[in-house]
Ligand binder design. Structure first.
Ligand code: GDP
Ligand code: MG
Length: 170
């Protein structure tokens, strides 16, 4: 039979990497060129049908600023999944993503499904982080990796779909 799964999902990553834009694309099918910075965190929900289940994602889009760092555990604690987002045109955002992965590995739910999103994949001319480097890092750390673009919608539904497929079927 078909199962209904509720899954708490958190987006983490540097300010400006495109967390809110990925959520807006996934939930509303929209993109805003001048997306406002998130204050604290924002909540969204979206349902996705996979083969054997209907997954309702309860999505926490966090701010990413260092001054909100102490709030992050409230959002990733108990989360079934996390998307760690960096901007392929910004090396520092990739380094920041690795820090989030370390924190989740140390403090997060051990069964958490973790995805690494190299966002702004439409900005190829400005690329600073290669897909090979990110893929190798993801593989070593047990994440799955996709390059995404909230702007063009490339791989946005796909990354949520891949997470939905990997969630434990209780
Ligand atoms: P957040 O701080 O991680 O939530 O990042 P935002 O979603 O607020 O995005 C920061 C800026 O990057 C905004 O101006 C977005 O329009 C832009 N942006 C987000 N995703 C993409 C993308 O995939 N491609 C391009 N070209 N710009 C993007
Ligand atoms: Mg934001």
């Amino acid at each position: 039979g078909n199962k209904n799964i509720n899954a708490k999902l958190v987006l983490l990553g540097d300010v400006g990497a495109g967390k809110s834009s990925l959520v807006l694309r996934f939930v509303k099918g929209q993109f805003i060129e001048f997306q406002e910075s998130t204050i604290g965190a924002a909540f969204f929900s979206q349902t996705l049908a996979v083969n054997d289940a209907t997954v309702k994602f309860e999505i926490w889009d966090t701010a990413g600023q260092e001054r909100y760092h102490s709030l992050a555990p409230m959002y990733y604690r108990g989360a079934a999944a996390a998307i760690i987002v960096y901007d392929i045109t910004n090396q520092a955002s990739f380094e920041r993503a690795k820090k989030w992965v370390q924190e989740l590995q140390a403090q997060g739910n051990p069964n958490m499904v973790m995805a690494l999103a190299g966002n702004k994949a439409d900005l190829l001319d400005a690329r600073k982080v290669t897909a090979e480097e990110a893929q190798a890092y993801a593989q070593e750390n047990g994440l799955f990796f996709m390059e995404t673009s909230a702007k063009t919608a490339t791989n946005v539904n796909d990354i949520f779909y891949e997470i939905a497929k990997r969630l434990p079927r209780v």
